[in-house]
Design a protein around this ligand. Sequence first.
Ligand code: FAD
Length: 491
Amino acid sequence: MITENNKTCAVIGSGVSGLGAAIRMRNKGYRVTVFEANSFPGGKCSSETKDGYRFDMGPSVFTMPQYVDELFILSGKDPREHFNYIHLDPVYRYFFEDGSFLDAAHGKEKFAEQMAVKTKDRKTDITSYLEKTETIYKLTDEVFLKNSLHRLKNFFTWPVAKGILNFGKIGAFDTMAGANQKAFKDSRLVKIFNRYATYNGSSPFLSPATLNVIAHVEIAKGAYYPVGGMYSITASLVKLAKDIGVQFNFSTPVKEIVIDNKVAVGVKTERGTALFDIVISNMDVYNSYKKLMPKIKRPAKTLDQPKSSSGIIFYWGIKKEFKELGLHNILFSENYEEEFNTIFAKRSIYHDPTIYLNITSKHTPADAPPGCENWFSFINVPNNSGQDWDMFITEARENMIRKINRLLKTDIRPLIETEMVFDPRVIESRTSSAFGAIYGNSSNNKFAAFLRHANFSKDIKNLYFCGGSVHPGPSIPLCLLSARITTDLIR
Ligand SMILES: Cc1cc2nc3c(=O)[nH]c(=O)nc-3n(C[C@H](O)[C@H](O)[C@H](O)COP(=O)(O)OP(=O)(O)OC[C@H]3O[C@@H](n4cnc5c(N)ncnc54)[C@H](O)[C@@H]3O)c2cc1C
């Protein structure tokens, strides 16, 4: 039962974090209105259907489902009656240029046991590596993920103090690739663990080994598949928000955050100005300042950090089923270091890209016609600094088809019966993400966690931020945590 407090809150954007913030603010008793530029909710976590194929357009790997569940519990509902997911095992199938493949199982012991059979590394070494990633998790979870890093009082709690005292154990002084190279003899395992840097759009050759924590989250804590696909996260949260009384205005871009004497007092849209007690922006923070508050002094140090990578995605309808593929498949490049050098230093696309194939029709057959599969075919690319994306798309399509044909010993060209394409320009125009970067600032340096924008404005009262471009970071679970941290700051 919600106790009304007669105050109002505007949420700019219905990304997963905006939805989380709206649900939490409504539960605090605020009358909440969400303003969404698109005609549909979800931002990056949206869905499209073409020629009988349905695609999740952005996120596909789902971890830490408890952060979705807790929104239902907070609202007095049983999550299992509204949102469901299945546990994945194996999580991934990894393909290599030497013709081999490795399956990544769920659970430290099982993962290590199966990998030891097929690689040059011993089970004990793999387990001991995974235990180190668990230590990083235990030391960083409270410090970096669950609290605002920008409130001094949060540093005077025991878990945070412990994390800071053990800074040496979290891998901040080595790169991810450096630590993984030392840990494993088999270059395939090094690649598998290096890839986790891409989960926040960074290079394993530049980012700190602290990011090895992501392996713990996925392998030990587990990966899940929401029944009906990733879009069911968005759909179920929109329904929950509406059920508890959140108002939605779609196709209503906010043009300006109205500020009076250093206090956020409302939002301006084409329909006019609406006044609110609290404004929460789920729009990318860089563009929140640039487009909605151009006259306000911007915090340049956080906003101008190098941005993450982006992606070229081909959404292919494939008129055949491939028994050798699962839900999550990776086709690794031969030279991973050169691939990241091409993306981050040369700001170009690599001729032999690592390809991620996500096929939800493996679990949701209705996502493709009978006997067919919906392939979300993704490669990492630089964010948009004016490159010739039309040329890159043509090149990427050829590079990807050639690589898939080579590794799967097939010819997919005649099997592609429908196609949609996303590139950094589309991602930028569809979600307002600065430069089409998928994950806000990159984590290509050891201080990156401290250089994300706070969940509140230091200069403007009653103005807050949530989502993948602010603390604690991108990904569905972190965006939901971001909403929690943000709304916990508001009384
Ligand atoms: C291709 C791709 C793959 C990914 N893979 C994964 C994955 O496997 N697992 C994972 O956990 N995460 C993944 N992510 C990241 C994850 O999708 C994002 O971190 C998360 O969805 C971002 O949510 P958000 O709340 O920050 O907002 P966004 O999704 O960025 O949404 C922001 C919303 O605000 C709206 N908006 C912007 N400006 C305005 C305005 N002025 N007025 C009104 N509305 C506005 C936009 O239209 C949009 O709906 C992936 C992302 C992409 C793009």
